[in-house]
Design a protein around this ligand. Structure first.
Ligand code: C2E
Ligand code: MG
Ligand code: MG
Ligand code: MG
Length: 296
């Protein structure tokens, strides 16, 4: 694992990555330059999909992964999505970038499924702009068909950044995704203005508790109460719960004690480039083979 972690750290190009997380400091001019670079990033092959494992809260087994896009800028190094996704949304480039991420991630997931057969679920983030596209369902259906990935293994992650009232076809699109057999997760739950409205009106299978709450486990009793109540509410509504940003043993113990279903965070693994993630699966598979080999 040591060299994997190093590879991930190296390919994140930590310093550059940090610079571009501070989007407030970016000047208008730099943003313009980046926007025009972003326009060509996709066909120049500068976009990468990284994968972060999601683990079962009790067994800590890998049960899925989230696809997270990065931009490998020729001069600036790796740029994080927190910085360039907003630019892509402003310019409308998010539609084609999002489609590229979806197709790439489905292909990788199906390849891993074919090789390792672990039944891992793939989470893909959808921007509000994509959710309002009239052809969203065709795009998702074709990504599934082209890759051969089973629809039930694909989970679309949606954030509460738009109000349902402003986007009437949002609900329709999500129902359509369900009809295709995909799952829906509400991402960053608790941070938007309309969390409960989303929960009530959207056909969501899961909630992802935002890392801003998870971070304060052991620090702020109010945030702990919110995490507990969110898990309980999700379960009463027959939805699953994933906690994001799990960084410490204490976070994990608390979430486990409160019946959170799945965990995602640096405590288990950082987002990894495709070859490193595959290595992780290989190790896991040989571990499983070893166990069943001894049992037989
Ligand atoms: P998100 O969907 O909530 O993804 C989780 C973010 O938390 C990721 O940041 C991940 O690297 C980070 N993270 C995971 N575990 C930990 C932890 O233990 N501690 C901390 N501090 N952070 C952790 P990342 O990759 O920088 O992505 C940021 C956001 O950018 C994502 O938040 C998502 O909203 C957006 N994004 C990423 N990829 C895509 C994409 O393909 N399409 C769209 N539309 N948005 C994307
Ligand atoms: Mg997400
Ligand atoms: Mg999130
Ligand atoms: Mg987010």
């Amino acid at each position: 694992h040591a060299d994997e972690a190093m590879y991930a750290a190296k390919s994140l190009g930590r310093n550059n990555y940090q610079i571009f997380e501070g989007s407030a400091q970016q000047s208008q001019q730099q943003n313009l330059a980046l926007k025009s670079g972003l326009r060509h990033a996709e066909h120049k092959g500068e976009l990468r999909v990284f994968y972060q494992p999601q683990v079962d809260a009790n067994s800590e087994d890998i049960v899925g992964m989230e696809a997270l896009v990065r931009w490998e800028h020729p001069e600036l190094g790796f740029i994080g999505p927190g910085f360039f996704i907003p630019l892509a949304e402003e310019t409308g480039l998010i539609v084609s970038i999002g489609e590229w991420v979806l197709r790439t991630a489905c292909r990788h997931a199906q390849e891993w499924e074919r090789r390792y057969g672990l039944g891992l679920r793939l989470g893909v983030n959808l921007s509000a702009v994509q959710l309002m596209q009239p052809n969203l369902l065709e795009v998702v259906a074709s990504a599934l068909e082209e890759s051969g990935l089973e629809a039930s293994l694909l989970e679309m992650e949606v954030t509460e950044s738009i109000s349902i009232k402003e986007a009437p076809n949002l609900v329709e699109n999500l129902q359509g995704l369900h009809r295709l057999g995909c799952r829906i997760a509400i991402d960053d739950f608790g941070t938007g203005a309309a969390s409960l409205d989303y929960l009530r009106k959207l056909p969501a299978d899961r909630i992802k508790i935002d890392q801003s709450f998870v971070r304060n486990i052991g620090v702020d009793p109010d945030d702990e109460a919110i995490v507990r109540a969110t898990i309980e509410m999700a379960h009463r509504l027959k939805r699953g719960v994933v906690a994001e940003g799990v960084e410490t043993e204490q976070h994990m113990q608390f979430l486990r004690a409160n019946q959170c279903d799945e965990l995602q965070g640096f405590l288990f693994c950082r987002p990894l480039p495709q070859p490193s993630f595959e290595k992780l699966l290989q190790e896991r598979q040989s571990l499983l083979a070893g166990v069943s080999g001894t049992a037989a």
